[in-house]
Design a protein around this ligand. Structure first.
Ligand code: NAD
Length: 265
């Protein structure tokens, strides 16, 4: 532990359980002195999220379904009531129909699920960033979580990859808009991590083992590294860095073709 986040307050959106990437981030920020408010999706999620958030002394633990303007209004009002200003935002939210996460992208992408996936997984960051920025009169830092399926095709990732591309482009436009106000905005592109969201991807196990074998580090992405990148970007260590997509994936993203012996193991 240390004091890299001492005196900083912020909101973490996207904890579902102890395996959530957002939870790994929250713990690391808390260990560095941050005060953290949490949102959870619905009552079913609350039972798991509330005890976790309470264990970090969260002053605000509030429901927030990002597809509802009213729910977003209420959640950000609760944060504003507790604190007059915040310093950081973590957005770690994505969703699509399980049926869209397998097989053919071109065959399995419906109009409705395309829209819904974009809404939850990309627009929600635009909306949350706009609301959070109003609570950042002294500047601040925001991150979202993305995946390489935005830049390259990955089996079964499908419409989620398209939503992540929109999310990353949104991040850059938000960074451009908020930069003059001293707000930095970045994305962490994490390699595969075993979470509730990842369990929805039908080739999850193959993804994990292929990434492990083909990546330069020959290991799984360690969620502590993802949290470390978040800490860098959200603390003053990350000053001068904005509009960036930082890959934390054991180096997998630089590999055009894996070594012959790597895949044999
Ligand atoms: P997770 O299931 O723990 O987190 C996803 C969160 O999204 C959950 O807390 C869920 O409640 C929330 N959510 C879904 N729909 C919502 C809605 N309508 N309103 C509010 N919240 C909603 O899984 P995770 O893997 O920790 O995912 C966090 C982020 O990290 C996601 O954006 C995901 O795409 C991204 N990511 C994950 C991986 C991975 O391998 N797990 C890799 C790269 C990026």
């Amino acid at each position: 532990s240390g004091d890299l986040m001492k005196g900083k307050r912020g909101l973490v959106m996207g904890v579902a359980n102890k395996n959530s990437i957002a939870w790994a981030i929250a713990r690391q920020l808390h260990a560095q002195g941050a005060e953290i408010a949490f949102t959870y999706l619905n009552e079913a999620m609350e039972r798991r999220v509330r005890p976790l958030a309470e264990s970090l002394g969260a002053p605000v633990i509030v429901e927030c379904d990002v597809t509802s303007d009213e729910s977003m209004d209420k959640a950000f009002a609760a944060v504003a009531a507790a604190w007059t200003s915040i310093d950081f935002l973590v957005h770690a939210i994505a969703f699509t129909d399980k049926a869209a996460l397998e097989g053919s992208f071109v065959e399995n992408t419906t109009r409705q699920n395309f829209k819904d996936t974009m809404d939850v997984s990309a627009f929600s960051f635009v909306d949350a960033a706009r609301r959070a920025a109003r609570l950042m009169p002294n500047g601040g830092s925001m991150i979202t979580l993305t995946y390489l399926g935005s830049e390259r095709t990955v089996p079964n990732y499908n419409v989620m990859g398209v939503a992540k591309a929109a999310l990353e482009a949104s991040m850059r436009y938000i960074a451009r808009d908020l930069g003059p106000r001293g707000v930095r905005v970045n994305a962490v592109s994490a390699g595969p991590v075993k979470t509730l969201a990842a369990a929805g991807i039908s080739s999850g196990r193959h993804m994990l083992s292929f990434n492990r074998k083909a990546s330069p580090l020959r290991e799984d992405t360690d969620v502590r590294g993802v949290a470390g990148a978040a800490l860098y970007l959200l603390s003053d260590l990350g000053r001068s860095c904005t509009g960036e997509t930082l890959h934390v994936d054991a180096g997998f993203h630089i590999v055009g073709m894996p070594d012959e012996d790597a895949l044999a193991e």
